[in-house]
Design a protein around this ligand. Structure first.
Ligand code: ADP
Ligand code: ADP
Ligand code: MG
Length: 639
C-alpha cells in the first residue's frame, strides 16, 4: 500500500496498515525528508509534490504497491487521479471516479441532491462564470451571500459578500484562491445562513450495494470556516432531526452509487430551532475527513480498516443495526499558530513535544525534534477524548490540553481551552460565527506578558544559565556566601531580562539557602493550575504556562539598546516564509496606515499585510508568485 499523503494522516494510515499486516510505502517531498511518517513506513519514495499524479502513480507501480490511499486533501477528491490509478493497475482506496465526479464538486453535488429531494440553499451553481452574471444572481438571491470555490475544501476559496459594491473584489479574490489551491477557479453563489450550525454525517458504502451512516459530527466551532473542535453527538439536535439528516445522507450516497468513506455536510439554520426543516445540504466530501476519529471513538470502529476492506471488495464489516453510538466524543485540532497575532502560522523546530500519557487519543505527524514546515498546513496534532457524557468528554479533553507540551512553535492550545470553557459552547448554543465574533473575549488578541511565565523563566535562567556563564565562587556568587550575619537584611540583586522581546525589571532576593525572584515593582505573580514547563534553549528559555508560550532571555548589559522598539520605519516584511499572493499597491502609491498592501500565502492560507503608517509606497522588487523568506522586505511606506 502506498500513501499519497503526509503528516498525521499518513502516520494514522500506516498504523492500521501494519495492524492488518500490510506493507506501507510512504511518498514524500523534499521538504518532508525524514518526517515521522517516513520513519514509520516500511519503504519511502521521494516525489516532487503530493499533487504530481504521474510521478505518484509511477512510484506506486515501481514499488509494487497494490493499492494507494490518498488520505485527505491533495489528490484525495480528484476523480481523474482515481481513474488514472485504476488504469495503471493500482487500486485507489476511495469511491469510484463517477461518484467522485458527481459529488466532488459542490455545484454538481447540489444538483444531485436537489434531484434526490434533499433541501439545498438558494443560489446559483451553474456553468456561467462571468462576473456580471454571477453578480446579478447574487443580487437576486439577496445579500449577504457566499461565493464558494466549487472545488473547494478546508474553508478556502470562500468569500462573504454583504453588499453589491463588494461583489467584484470578493469574486476576484475567491477565484484567485481557488485557482491557487485547487487548480480550478470556478465558483458558485449561495445564500448565507446567519445562525449556522455545521453538522455532517459520516457514511460508508461497499461494492455490494450496502450503505450505512455512522451518525453525525458537529463541527460548528470554526475559525474563518475552518474546523477547530468537532464532536458527536451534535448537542441539542432533536432525535427526529438527527434521523432525517442521517437518512438524507444515506439517500445521497445511494443516489450516486457511493462506495467507501464519505461525509455529507449540512448547514443547519439554528434560528429555525434545529427542526426537521432547518438543515440544508452543503457538500459531500468523498474521502476520509480530518475529524474521522470522533466517529471512530463514538462507534468503536477503524474507518481506515473499513476503507481497505471495501477497496478489496469485501462487504461492510458492520451493518446499520450493529453500529451503536456510545457516550460522547470530541476532537481538538492543535495548530502551530499564534492566536494573539491574528493566528499567524508559527512553523519551526519542535523543541519539546510531549503528547503521550494524556488519557486521550493523539494523532500527530511529529515527534520531538521534528520541524513543522512552512510549506504545509499548521496541524500539529489532533486530541480526541471519549467519555460517557458530553461534559465528561469536554473535561477529559481540557485536562489533556492542559498537560500537553508543545514548545518552539506557538500553538492554539490556550485558545482551544478557552473555547471548551466558553458558556455558549458548554450550553451548545454556539454557531459557526461564534469564534470570529468573540475573538477578544476568547483571548485571541495581543495579551500582556504572562507574569507567571516570566518569573518561572528568570528563575530558570538564574538556576541554569547564570552559574554556567560565571562559575560560582565565594567571590562572585552572592548566594553561596555562607555568612551567618543577616544584619543588613536579605541580599537583593536587581536585574533585567527580556520577556517576549520587552525588557522587564526583576529582583533576586536571598532567602535562607535559596533565591526568590520577584518583579521589581512588587507586582504579585499569579498562580497557575499546572506548574509551567520550562525549556532551556540557545537564546534563553521557553516557558509554557496554560498552553501559552513565553520566551525569556537574559539581558546582556553590553548589548543593551540593540533591540530598540521605536516608531515604525515603514518597512513591510514577510512575517513568515511564504509566497507573495498579491500586491495591492503600486510604486509611489499613497496609502493610509492599516491599509492592505499585499497578501502572503503561507501554510495554505492567505495573510493580509498592512501599511504600518501612512505614506508613499516604495516596492522592493518582489513580484507576485515569488517565494519570500521570513523577514524579507516586500515594500516600504515612506513618510
Ligand atoms: P472540510 O473540507 O469540510 O473543511 P476537513 O476539515 O476534513 O474538511 O479538511 C479538509 C482539507 O482541508 C484537508 O486537506 C486539510 O488539510 C485542509 N485543511 C483543514 N484545515 C486547514 C487549515 N487550517 N489550513 C489549511 N488547510 C486546512
Ligand atoms: P469547504 O469545502 O471549504 O469545507 P463548505 O461549503 O463545507 O466548504 O463550507 C465551509 C464552512 O463555511 C461551513 O462549515 C460553514 O461554517 C460555512 N458555510 C458554508 N456555507 C454557508 C452558508 N451558506 N451560510 C453560512 N455559513 C456557511
Ligand atoms: Mg466543508
Amino acid at each position: 500500500m502506498l500513501i499519497a499523503n503526509r503528516g498525521e494522516i499518513a502516520c494514522r494510515i500506516i498504523a492500521t496498515a501494519h495492524r492488518l499486516g500490510m506493507r506501507a510505502i510512504a511518498l514524500h517531498t523534499p521538504a518532508d525528508r525524514g518526517a515521522l511518517f517516513t520513519r514509520l513506513a516500511d519503504d519511502v519514495v521521494e516525489t516532487p509534490s503530493y499533487l504530481d499524479a504521474p510521478a505518484i502513480v509511477a512510484a506506486a507501480k515501481a514499488a509494487g504497491a497494490e493499492c494507494l490511499h490518498p488520505g485527505y486533501g491533495f489528490l484525495s477528491e480528484n476523480a481523474d487521479f482515481a481513474e488514472y490509478c485504476a488504469l495503471e493497475g493500482v487500486a485507489f482506496v476511495g469511491p469510484p471516479p463517477e461518484a467522485m465526479r458527481a459529488m466532488g464538486l459542490k455545484s454538481s453535488a447540489k444538483a444531485v441532491m436537489a434531484r434526490a429531494g434533499v433541501a439545498v440553499l438558494p443560489g446559483y451553481h451553474g456553468d456561467n462564470q462571468t462576473a456580471k452574471f454571477l453578480k446579478e444572481r447574487a443580487y437576486q438571491v439577496g445579500y449577504p451571500v457566499l461565493i464558494k470555490a466549487i472545488a473547494g475544501g478546508g474553508g478556502r476559496g470562500i468569500r462573504r459578500v454583504d453588499a453589491h459594491v463588494e461583489f467584484d473584489a470578493a469574486f476576484e479574490s475567491a477565484q484567485r484562491e481557488a485557482e491557487a489551491a485547487f487548480g480550478d477557479p470556478r465558483v458558485l453563489i449561495e445564500k448565507l445562513i446567519l445562525n449556522p450550525r455545521h453538522i455532517e454525517v459520516q457514511v460508508f458504502g461497499d461494492s455490494h450495494g450496502n450503505v450505512v451512516h455512522l451518525y453525525e459530527r458537529d463541527c460548528s466551532l470554526q475559525r474563518r470556516r475552518q474546523k477547530l473542535i468537532e464532536e458527536s453527538p451534535a448537542p441539542g439536535v432533536p432525535e427526529d432531526t438527527r434521523a432525517a439528516m442521517t437518512q438524507a445522507a444515506v439517500a445521497a450516497a445511494k443516489a450516486v452509487g457511493y462506495v467507501g468513506a464519505g461525509t455529507v455536510e449540512f448547514i443547519v439554520d439554528a434560528s429555525k430551532g434545529l427542526g426537521r426543516d432547518s438543515f440544508f445540504f452543503l457538500e459531500m466530501n468523498t474521502r476520509l475527513q480530518v475529524e474521522h476519529p470522533v466517529t471512530e471513538a463514538l462507534v468503536g470502529v477503524d474507518l481506515v480498516e473499513w476503507q481497505f476492506r471495501v477497496a478489496a471488495g469485501e462487504e461492510l464489516p458492520k451493518m446499520q443495526a450493529e453500529l451503536i453510538p456510545r457516550g460522547a466524543a470530541i476532537e481538538a485540532r492543535v495548530n502551530a499558530e499564534d492566536p494573539e497575532t491574528g493566528f499567524l502560522p508559527s512553523p519551526g523546530l519542535l523543541r519539546a513535544l510531549k503528547l503521550d500519557a494524556l488519557d486521550v487519543r493523539v494523532d500527530s505527524g511529529f515527534a520531538e525534534g521534528d520541524s513543522i514546515s512552512p510549506q504545509y498546513d499548521s496541524l500539529v496534532a489532533k486530541l480526541i477524548a471519549h467519555a460517557e457524557t458530553r461534559e465528561a468528554a469536554i473535561a477529559k479533553l481540557d485536562a489533556a490540553l492542559a498537560r500537553a507540551v508543545v514548545l518552539g512553535p506557538k500553538t492554539n492550545i490556550a485558545f482551544l481551552r478557552g473555547l471548551l470553557a466558553a458558556p455558549e459552547f458548554v450550553a451548545g448554543t454556539h454557531d459557526t460565527g461564534f469564534i470570529d465574533a468573540n475573538l477578544e473575549r476568547l483571548g485571541a488578541v495581543p495579551q500582556p506578558p504572562d507574569a507567571r511565565a516570566a518569573l518561572a523563566g528568570v528563575e530558570a535562567i538564574y538556576a541554569d544559565l547564570a552559574p554556567k556563564a560565571a562559575p560560582a565562587t565565594s567571590d562572585n556568587d552572592p548566594w553561596s556566601v555562607a555568612d551567618s550575619f543577616e544584619l543588613l537584611g536579605p541580599r537583593r540583586v536587581p536585574f533585567e531580562a527580556e520577556v517576549d522581546g520587552k525588557t522587564e525589571r526583576f529582583v533576586a532576593v536571598a532567602r535562607g539557602r535559596g533565591v526568590e525572584i520577584a518583579f521589581r515593582d512588587g507586582r504579585p505573580a499569579p498562580a497557575s493550575e499546572v506548574a509551567p514547563t520550562v525549556l532551556v534553549v540557545d537564546d534563553g528559555v521557553l516557558v509554557l504556562n496554560g498552553g501559552r508560550q513565553t520566551h525569556v532571555r537574559p539581558i546582556d548589559p553590553e548589548a543593551a539598546g540593540e533591540v530598540g522598539a521605536g516608531a515604525s520605519d515603514g518597512a513591510v516584511k514577510a512575517p513568515m516564509h511564504g509566497r507573495l499572493a498579491a500586491l495591492a499597491v503600486t510604486e509611489g502609491q499613497q496609502v493610509e496606515a492599516g491599509e492592505r498592501v499585499a497578501m502572503l500565502e503561507a501554510m495554505k492560507m492567505e495573510h493580509a499585510l498592512t501599511a504600518p503608517r501612512a505614506g508613499r509606497v516604495t516596492l522592493a522588487g518582489k513580484t507576485v508568485g515569488d517565494i519570500i523568506e521570513q523577514g524579507a522586505l516586500i515594500l516600504t511606506v515612506g513618510e
